[in-house]
Design a protein around this ligand. Structure first.
Ligand code: KG4
Length: 338
């Protein structure tokens, strides 16, 4: 009999549902919330309300696109945390209600685990997956971590940000330049037309494998502030160069610690994940680093980099095979490491 998992993701500002049947992706529906654009960042209360509006149509559409009936589902996997509590409550409550209604098991998934396991999403049987152990550079709007992945459920954080995440550096600097939220994709696009050597911003000097991005953000802000005194249209005149130089600095910071982690662990497979791994500069820099160090890169499809339920469904699928189920009484959690 087939194992058919419905995944539900609602940790931040994307409402998503996906169906995975016997490890193969059948549907992945994502409703991104536009309501936050006007505010330059995610407004938690508005996110919760949008999830409430989206969740029924998104789940129905995922089931329809998978070509199944809800009665065919074997189990429901949902993101329990970390994330925005109000947003998580919507997905968690919906998953619990559906599991009671259909009388099928419930599986709680850690959002960060799911990002790492996105590399195991198969669109068909021929898709290849990473070998254990591998390193995963998890870079998103809320996290920047280097994770040693020994197995599906054995992960160790070797380094993490001590302040801002890489995505926050993109988004906050984008805001200074007047770009819409989220700024990462806009900087990515504009950077292709700019000179990455035009400006230099400060890089952190912290020991070990931890990251820091708040100094870069301040240095970016000071550069803009100082130059605007001379030229009030400094941003407009230098937009692609500012984007290219900022992106290059973020990539240098990310790869400096990643290559250190590769040398320290001797691991031969490196994966990237999270929203910032959609960045074209990050993707090609990681590929080049892996080529130079003669190791295998795992670069996810862009659809699986930002928040999506396919990664929740695949994480749930492996928990199902391992008989790991969750209790209806489990509350969502806002913050936790891997
Ligand atoms: O993983 P994700 O969807 O969720 C959260 O952490 O909430 O990551 C979102 C982050 C945002 O900071 C966004 O600006 C960034 O990923 N991002 C990018 C790109 N696409 C998304 N950053 C740089 N370049 C991109 N192409």
């Amino acid at each position: 009999m087939s194992v058919i998992i419905l995944g539900i993701e609602s940790s931040c500002d994307d409402t998503s549902a996906a169906v995975i049947a016997d490890g193969i992706l059948r549907s992945n529906v994502i409703a991104s919330q536009k309501v936050h654009e006007a505010y330059g960042g995610v407004v938690p209360e508005l996110a919760s309300r949008a999830h409430q509006q989206n969740i029924v149509p998104v789940v129905s559409e995922a089931i329809r696109q998978a070509g199944i009936d809800k009665k065919d589902l074997t189990a429901i996997a949902y993101t329990r945390g970390p994330g925005l509590l109000g947003s998580l409550l919507v997905g968690t409550s919906f998953a619990k209600g559906m599991s009671i209604g259909l009388d099928i098991p419930l599986i709680d998934v850690n959002h960060l685990h799911a990002h790492v396991l996105s590399h195991f999403i198969k669109c068909d049987q021929t898709d290849k997956v990473p070998e254990f152990p591998f390193l995963c550079l998890l870079i998103s709007g809320g996290n920047s971590q280097i994770i040693l992945v020994r197995s599906m459920n054995d992960m160790e954080i070797l380094g993490k940000t001590i302040d801002d995440a890489a995505g926050e550096a993109f988004d906050k600097c984008a805001k200074v330049m007047g770009l819409p939220y989220p700024g990462g994709p806009h900087i990515d696009r504009l950077a292709t037309e700019g000179n990455p050597e035009a400006f230099s911003f400060s890089k952190p000097h912290i020991p070990g494998l931890d990251y820091s991005f708040s100094g870069l953000k301040t240095s970016f802000l000071y550069t803009v502030r100082d130059n605007i005194k001379e030229d009030p249209d400094f941003i407009t005149h230098n937009l692609p160069d500012l984007c290219a130089s900022l992106q290059k600095t973020i990539i240098d910071i990310l790869l400096n610690k990643l290559s250190k982690a590769i040398r320290q662990t001797g691991v031969r497979h490196v994966a990237i994940g999270g929203g910032v791994s959609a960045n074209s500069g990050v993707r090609s820099a990681v590929e080049k680093l892996c080529r130079d160090m003669k190791i295998t890169p795992w670069i996810p499809e862009r659809a699986f980099t930002t928040d999506n339920a396919a990664m929740v469904a695949i994480a749930g699928y492996y928990k199902y095979l391992n008989n790991e189920f969750s209790d209806l009484a489990l509350p969502p959690f806002a913050r936790v490491s891997i």
